[in-house]
Design a protein around this ligand. Structure first.
Ligand SMILES: *Cc1c(COP(=O)(O)O)cnc(C)c1O
Length: 432
């Protein structure tokens, strides 16, 4: 029994886990496979994944079409640099993304993760103003409760207090922050006025040095699943035009159906100047990202000086395997009516969580919110959720709360019965 893959004799793995307290962490369950919305642990235990692996496995595990797309592409071309060369999967995916995203986002810059996609967006915004003769516009405006990734540039635009990077404050560049929007998704134009006034106050004072306003449209995900109204997006769009500030939508979490439409921007009929996609882009099957830009942004880079080149180029940008599986993911999304499935999941989430008066009345529960295929039970303190993961696992469900937020972002292939199973377990925690 001494195969090179044998592991039973080595209790301490050299794998360093993310966000883990090394002193108190317990051995991570070992996943050996998966099928649909469930993954399987060694020993045969299967768990219904309420989080679809940090929100990216939208087709669930081992989807035959996605697996085949990777296999077929691997047989032809696994990788080649995009510097000075191109290939069909990159070209086809770029065209497909232009087609499905809001009008006039016509140019696509590929990279390898959501964080890098955001770095590209920020760099593009600063260089855009530089090229237009406004080099003073080199800072960014972000929102409290924002999460945009873990690289240094991204950490600097995450919520500076609760965004888990406060320890690095001295290391990071300083940007501007506006309050997180407070009006709910259903809020009308009047109800977002206060939120927009707060945004305007920062822009009026600092617009001369602000290159771009960044936001996770409608749903600030990792920062506490804070939801807001499409009217806030529309108002922000107008203000950005007024103050010559680019609008960047980080749709890494919201993209590909999570909020009930293909993109959060679609709820507001708004086109950002730059839009970043990742997580669901490849259906989670490979790491990749796309930063899309409008003609206006792209065309500012057409010029004669050396400064006009966009000096960025991740090694694995446009990886053919990632592009091929992303194309297949888009095809499945459309052919299998995922937006219809998302709306069916939304109906279950509303009925099971929003319409449950007992849940809302529970003393630990601060709020319950649902948007598209996303639901969260916000508690008053993280202590209210200690042990929920183990408890859910005993009932065959994988839940991993963020701080005091117990949420689900299921795979879109989750059946209505399994969706109900997830909401039963989420609610059950407050009754057991
Ligand atoms: C996950 C996430 C990122 C970072 O993506 P990575 O692929 O983990 O680098 C950025 N923005 C948002 C909104 C995210 O949810």
């Amino acid at each position: 029994m001494s195969s090179p893959f044998s592991h039973s004799a080595s209790p301490a793995s050299p794998v360093w886990h993310p966000y883990a307290h090394l002193k108190t962490q317990r051995p991570a369950p070992r996943v050996v496979g998966g099928e649909g919305p469930r993954f399987t642990l060694e020993g045969g235990e299967t768990l219904l994944d309420a989080t679809c692996s940090w929100w990216c496995m939208i087709h669930g595990y081992r989807h035959p079409r996605l697996v085949r797309a990777i296999q077929q592409q691997a047989d032809t071309l696994c990788h080649v640099m995009l510097g000075g060369l191109t290939h069909e999967p990159a070209d086809r995916l770029a065209r497909a993304l232009v087609r499905v995203t809001p009008e006039s986002l016509n140019h696509v810059f590929f990279s390898d993760s959501g964080s890098v996609g955001m770095e590209v967006a920020m760099k593009m915004a600063v260089q855009y103003h530089q090229l237009r003769g406004k080099p003073g516009k080199h800072r960014l405006l972000s929102l409290m409760k924002a999460y945009h990734g873990d690289t240094a540039g991204c950490m600097a635009v995450c919520d500076p207090e609760e965004g888990m990077h406060s320890l690095f404050a001295g290391y990071l560049p300083r940007h501007h922050f506006a309050p997180a929007p407070t009006a709910p998704f259903e809020a009308g134009p009047e109800a977002v006025e206060q939120d927009l006034a707060a945004l305007r106050a920062v822009l009026e004072r600092h617009h001369h040095e602000i290159a771009a306003l960044l936001m996770e449209p409608l749903l600030q995900a990792a920062g506490g699943l804070n939801m807001t109204s499409p009217h806030y997006l529309a108002g922000a769009r107008e203000m950005c035009d007024e103050f010559d500030v680019l609008l960047v939508f980080d749709e890494v979490a919201t993209g590909f159906g999570r909020t009930g439409k293909m993109f959060a921007a679609d709820h507001a009929g708004v086109t950002p100047d730059i839009m970043v996609l990742s997580k669901g882009l490849t259906g989670g099957y490979l790491g990749h990202a796309a930063t899309l830009a409008t003609d206006r942004v792209h065309d500012a880079f057409i010029g004669d000086s050396e400064m006009h080149a966009f000096m960025h180029g991740p090694t694995f940008m446009g990886n053919p395997l990632a592009c091929a599986v992303a194309l297949e993911s888009l095809a499945v999304f459309k052919e299998e009516d995922y937006l219809g499935r998302i709306s069916a999941l939304n109906a279950v989430l509303r009925e099971a969580l929003i319409d449950d008066d007992r849940l809302a009345a529970h003393p630990a529960v601060a709020d319950v919110r649902v948007l598209g295929a996303t639901a969260v039970i916000e508690t008053h303190a993280a202590a209210d959720l200690v042990g929920v993961g183990d408890w859910a696992r005993q009932q065959g469900v994988w839940l991993r709360p963020i701080g005091r937020w117990l949420y689900t972002m299921p795979a879109y292939v989750t059946s209505e019965g399994d969706m109900r199973r997830i909401t039963d377990v989420m609610k059950g925690w407050f009754r057991h």
